[in-house]
Design a binder for this molecule. Sequence first.
Ligand code: ATP
Length: 782
Amino acid sequence: MARAAAKRLFSLYSCKTRNLFAVRNLSHHFRPALARRTAALQIPSHVQLPQRELIHFTKFGVFPYFRGHCFCSLSENENITPCATEIVENKAEANDPDGEELIFESEDERTGLEEKRSNFVEIALKDPFDIYKELKDASDSKMQSRSDWDTVNEIFRCFCQSGWASNQALAVYIGASFFPLAGRKFAGFFKKKCSNDLVKYLVSVGPGDQADKFLFPIFVEYCMEEFTDEIKRFREMVESADMTQPHTWFPFARAMKRKIVYHCGPTNSGKTYNALQRFMEAKKGVYCSPLRLLAMEVFDRVNASGVYCSLVTGQEKKEFPFSNHVACTVEMVSTDELYEVAVIDEIQMIADPYRGYAWTRALLGLKADEIHLCGDPSVLDVIRKICSDTGDELVEQRYERFKPLVVEAKTLVGDLKNVKSGDCIVAFSRREIFEVKLAIEKYTKHRCCVIYGALPPETRRQQASLFNEQDNEYDILVASDAVGMGLNLNIRRVVFYNLTKYNGDKMVPVPASQVKQIAGRAGRRGSRYPDGLTTTLHLDDLEYLIECLKKPFDVVKRVGLYPFFEQVELFAAQLPDLKFPKLLEKFSENCRLDGSYFLAQNLHIRKIANMLEKIKGLSLEDRFHFCFAPVNIRDPKAMFHLMKFAHSYAQELPVNIAMGMPKSAARNDAELLDLETRHQVVSMYLWLSNHFEEEQFPYVKKAESMATDIAELLGESLLRAFWKPESRGAQKPKPQEKQDGNAQTLKALEKEDGYQRPMSIIKLRQQEEKSQTIQKPEKVTA
Ligand SMILES: Nc1ncnc2c1ncn2[C@@H]1O[C@H](COP(=O)(O)OP(=O)(O)OP(=O)(O)O)[C@@H](O)[C@H]1O
């Protein structure tokens, strides 16, 4: 009866938009306890502790805690105040139309428990606060039987190890690392003071979930009295890592009435063209690019059209006198300047796990009357949501491709001899790119230009213009996914050499959005090939290509966010003894985000932070900024130079490039790799000179000229490249070997009459999966 009454106390609502849980119909019995707890804790609303599923409602203790994204808070008059306006009834409510009853466990569980607890209803339903008070006031407990005592010990052992309780405890600011100790102290206190009835009740329940749920609210009462300092410290730490309202970080932008225009459509549909028209018309404008290369293209294009424009990237600043326009990389955009028009290109990259935060910062922080976003529709929903938070007006403009992309069903039937002038062969590793180039140049009359990510933008541009020009023999382009963005290319047909790539761990199919972006490079309005074609080398991959092209864009729900240095500094003040890498780790663990954001992946940053630990004399701010230097963390030579730069900087010595300049173009792949690394080192030097005190980087001019020379040498080397590729350091496994030990290597497939890639990896995977499912019954029979 009492239990039924207790259960009638609550019902859950969830907010469709924010997964919000709110409490209603609180009984008079429980309301004061609830109010007391929430008020004492001052639990803020709209919070999410990352990767944690937090507290729901404890069985009898009514804790207004949260799950998923948010939880509710109490207003001063003790009514439950939902944290969002749009409250929609959830499943629990549907089960319980009157909002009268909340089912906590299955019918069977409940019946079992009812029986088990029939003798202990009083204890089970008692306010945990009262139980705690009784324990506190009690004299030491009486002797219990050996077996009861063993059970109680086991119950507390389970409680202290309970992931559920540890997670729930976060909501009352008991950190995961402190929880086991707090649990043990609580166990000691409880066992010392508990009454016979309590012991009997616990023994009847036994170790496990039910006991944990019974003990937890009492544990909270205990902690709130015993560990006020620890709770305060943890709360302050969590609050200093609060990233729940990033739009409030930019009060000036919030004070403006901004108009956001979303140019939404596939590649090659004229989005950027239209946005740039507005940019050039404006009195003052900024263009934010995902790549240095694209910023350079826009810089050249806009200046060529008679509008003075400056260029700002991490590595260079080319300021045109009297220019009111600037083309920059998105990370470099100023949120202090006032602009009439801003363009943020490739806005879908706002969801990029590593760099997305830079787009978020630009979108939230730009002080521009008009902001033009260009990109595919995948992030449209989340942009709508962000605009509603910021109060900006959003205008959506839809685009279609000028001419549809046509899939060639014939494919190259596995033979690179079938390439034609104007083809771009796309492969997803450097090794494959050079293998393809080698094969094409060996078996056909065509010559190849090459574009991949490790090449400097200058070299990529040089290769692109060589390919675009008609009066030379370089009529084939072999490229990585780097071709998907930023270059104006006259591509007739995009041919996918394969459709899998290494993700740092294993070979995976290339995501559909990336396939679309790359395939979309074929055919360009106003170019030699206005109609675009795409196909695969291998017939087996065609199906996947068509599937990707047909697939609608995935809807992205969250965008990247990363703290500013000031936030990390504030957080560091709470944990003064922690080393920087540990600090970053702690921040990631404890930061709170609203449901529209995720914390950017910071593996790269943490790896550099770890290496910097060996260097003494760097301030926290220096360490933070060094971590963003553009370096390939898998290239030990480049990492070595970064450490050297940091070391000199910490010693307050002039930072020297300390690297020789190669005399000639590369004669083999090892030399080509070396040139790539050298360019990276010089580029890093330039980046550091732009981000740290200039006086400490006196060799900027030298670095600039080295960068130009190395880029030229790289270009020359690529034209001569007629060798087998080598690996850089610990390389990825060869795709075929990784997927199928029996598969022939690429080399073995070089046939006398042409060059064939081994069988499609996607096909191989499907075959493997099929054979596994066929084999399964055999295993069962065996
Ligand atoms: N109105 C126009 N007049 C002349 N040329 C145009 C026009 N619109 C677009 N173009 C040209 O068409 C090509 C594709 O346009 P644009 O780069 O703007 O497309 P996009 O949708 O932004 O594609 P992507 O996402 O690949 O950059 C460009 O070469 C551009 O100069």
